[in-house]
Write a protein that binds this ligand. Structure first.
Ligand code: GRF
Length: 213
């Protein structure tokens, strides 16, 4: 079987990377992580990748101080590994041209809010709580040049409880992130994501138009 080749970009804890690796191990996701790239040498996710026997490349600020040069290196790494899809799993950089152009329409991100609310920042859970929303959640979306504004693939809603703080709310949202990101990758692998402007329709299984094959 030709498994979808996925490159995963991380910056920290790597729990979403772990969710992808676990979904592959359990057979829920028919894909292969061909490389994990971290822009931080001390990211905990690096160990998760190594434990799973996945190649790791560190492209950090020490080696590549300039963001676009760093991302050009990352794009080259992804291409060299034959990545067909790029999954941003807690990657804390805004993507620039080097990656966006080479992987247009093939980059997914997980964001801890119901986009378009609380997009564009690093503290979406805290900001949603501070705003006083009653429902938050997470979104998987295609990545475009406009930060957190690409077409939305999947979302999950998480009710906010009166006694929530950003730690408790983030933890409940994270459970849904861990389900949604592997699910979105599986749908992409099956060619079932039909992007029509801002809308992403999920095609029924086994009914794939030739353009998506
Ligand atoms: C997640 O909340 C994700 O939505 C956000 O960054 C966090 C990464 O967590 N983009 P992890 O590194 O996957 O554990």
């Amino acid at each position: 079987m030709n498994l979808l080749r996925v490159g995963v970009l991380i910056s920290g804890r790597g729990s979403n990377l772990q969710a992808i690796l676990d979904a592959i191990a359990s057979g829920d996701l028919a894909a292969r992580v061909v490389v994990v790239v971290s822009n931080r040498a001390d990211a905990a996710g690096i160990d998760r990748a190594r434990q799973a026997g996945v190649a790791v490349v560190v492209a950090d600020r020490a080696e590549f101080p300039h963001r676009l040069e760093r991302q050009a290196h990352i794009a080259g790494t992804l291409e060299a590994c034959g990545a067909q899809l790029v999954a941003l799993a807690g990657f804390d950089e805004i993507l620039g041209v080097p990656i966006l152009e080479r992987f247009a329409g093939r980059i997914l991100n997980i964001h801890p809010s119901l986009l378009p609310a609380f997009g564009g920042g690093m503290h979406a859970v805290r900001d949603a709580l501070a705003y006083g929303v009653k429902v938050s959640g997470c979104s998987v979306h295609f990545v475009t040049a406009e930060v957190d504004q690409g077409p939305i693939v999947l979302q999950a809603a998480v009710p906010v409880q009166d006694d929530d703080d950003d730690v408790s709310l983030a933890a409940r949202i994270l459970e849904h992130e861990h389900r949604l990101l592997p699910q979105a990758i599986q749908l992409f692998a099956e060619g079932r994501l039909a992007v029509d402007g801002r809308r992403v329709r999920i095609l029924p299984a086994g009914c794939i138009p030739s353009a998506n094959r």
